[in-house]
Design a protein around this ligand. Sequence first.
Ligand SMILES: *[C@@H]1O[C@H](CO)[C@@H](O)[C@H](O)[C@H]1NC(C)=O
Ligand SMILES: *[C@@H]1O[C@H](CO)[C@@H](O)[C@H](O)[C@H]1NC(C)=O
Length: 732
Amino acid sequence: MKTITSFFFSLHSLVILFCVTADHGVSGEGTSIVFTTLGRLDYAFDIFTLPTDRPPTISNEIQITDGESVNFNGHFPSPSSTSSLLSLLPNQTLIQTLLPTDPPPLQLIYVTERDGVSSLYYDVVFPDSPTSRSIGRRSALEFPDRVQFPLLGEDLIQNKISMKDRPNLAGDYLVYISTHENTGKPRTSWAAVYSTELKSGTTRRLTPYGVADFSPSVSPSGILTAVASYGAKGWDGEVEELSTDIYVFLTRDGTQRVKVVEHGGWPCWTDESTIYFHRRGEDQWWSIYRAILPVNGEISVDSVVVERITPPGLHAFTPATSPGNKKIIAVATRRPDTQFRHVELFDLDKNEFIQLTRRVSPRTHHFNPFFSTDSSRVGYHKCRGDGNAQPPTSLSSESTARSLPSRRTMTVSLSWTSRVSTLFRIDGSFPSVSPDNDRIAFVDFPGLYIIDLDGSNRRQVYGGNAFSTAWNPVRKGVVYTGAGPEFAPVSTEVDIIAVNVEDPEKIVVKKLTTNGKNNAFPSLSPDGNRIVFRSGQTGFKNLYIMDAVKGEEGGLHRLTEGPWTDTMCNWSPDGEWIAFASDRENPGSGSFELYLIHPNGTGLRTLIESGSGGRTNHPWFSPDGKKLAFTSDYAGISAEPISNPHHYQPYGEIFTVNFDGSDVRRLTHNSYEDGTPTWVPKFIRPVDVEWPVDRPRCEFEDLHWLNEMPKPSYRYGPSDLGSNKVQCGARF
Ligand SMILES: *[C@@H]1O[C@H](CO)[C@@H](O)[C@H](O)[C@H]1NC(C)=O
Ligand SMILES: *[C@@H]1O[C@H](CO)[C@@H](O)[C@H](O)[C@H]1NC(C)=O
């Protein structure tokens, strides 16, 4: 246990976690990178389940993951897989004593970030034992019998840090998404389907090279796998609906790959020739569709029959099917009368929805349903906290969950070695560390904040809206920021201010710019005398240098000039270079690349190109100046955005590059928006960072673009199932 828990810390009100190993080539011994991930610290996902044969009530809902880290995207393996899964465990004596013969235990395969990086775990829990029903216990956490272990070996977790997602079990094979292989081409997704034989650990890539696959689903027989895929098209920057098609191939080796549906995502099978999937219909409602594959003859887009299943009037997406009951599917919905995403059943015979989670926790988002093989249960994930005005539960906060005694009977932990750098998430944006390596400044909208390096002692030092932070390397306790609205036009007033935070009782704020235009992204020369920043004073955002004490009144030196945007500048530790992001190749396009320039205006060169239309931003020098960390969409998108809460830029990931532009490395792997990295000269040990005390608040938002409900005046054509009733009441 110790080994695992030592990776989960937080900085009290802020930072979190995870370790990058030496093979990521992070320069220098003992550094850390602190960055932000939009919303992630509020997720606290756990997997819950409701029965389908009883009314959905609070007492019927069971939490089946253990409140460690985030647990999501579950899959119920069939009971026949139990023995093969349990045979993987070293202590068979223990297994025999734990396993009741009747009824079979509830088993779950899911994604967890408990090891600091994404991995796939298997749990056997006993939520439905006669004891549990008689005493009305809600949470599987309260039961002593739980066997838990990671399904993938160290080689696939520690040595191939990546996002693992959407696990399926097909016999002895685990089929899942991983992002561990670099496509070598900017703006292409690294997401691909792999199959690992559980006993031997032998892993095979099923997705052809040059292609990205999402949302794999293995057919009931295990023979076929369906995916949402770009095929040869590739990602074009979309962050709402991906322009994927549905492909089918042999699970055994990925061969006989064939496109079966144009335009669709999130496939799932009810039998060997029926696939349900979602797409945004022509009337703009996200809806569930069914594809029937021909039993005889060639399978192709032309021979597959597609029909729409769910009616307009609500968004329905991320379908789940149960081979045990072909008359029913589960979906996530967004209805016009609620801000929340819920799991519902859809009765295919009656064309009726049956609401499930809305009757249990109406003000909580529920994601990505999945069925047990006998269709008696629907699983999904949601935030385990009470921040969405859910009725308080016994697990109302992360700290409560964690303080429960560990009831796990067995945990196989991974061993981590050769750590040279840690990565931490901060609960805020634009972090930077003080020259004494004892404090971090960051912004939260609104306000400028300071915390101690262990994450404690969060205090606001400036209450107005601010973005980006930089410390003076010489003058003690002086933090600079751009004060004013972010993403504002050149003529909006944003000022560079210096905030002296050294005396917490007497914080002094000084305004350094006087031009009344948009000034932001300050960065200090290593001698602490000068500031480089970007200013919109001549109508375009270009770079300028001014005195760090007198500000603009001490004179202004123009560094770059052109009808484009130069921004997000960072001064190198040796003072020789300034790195910045610019759209000068294609002004106004939103496409940014990284450049380097000497402070005297000579030596301009490209550090990294970002591919056609690419976005590469927020460069930050390593303490030895040999590398830079930055944010980029270099690795495209890693999951269907509709399966996650809101992210403006779900493609954002943290990378490093050598000063000479070589050796681009990806540090973060997830489907969230990561950004604003800073490089800390000190190795922050996770054990030195405090736990958050007020989490989870569950205050994240569902996809903003799902709030748009198409106009009811739309005239539905015959293919739109106009006769289909939308029934809002529950059937129970
Ligand atoms: C296996 O589990 C049994 C039952 O809990 C225990 O008595 C035994 O010591 C364990 N063996 C090993 C090698 O850990
Ligand atoms: C500009 O600065 C660079 C780096 O400090 C230096 O090598 C170069 O000689 C300078 N050029 C001029 C014209 O001063």
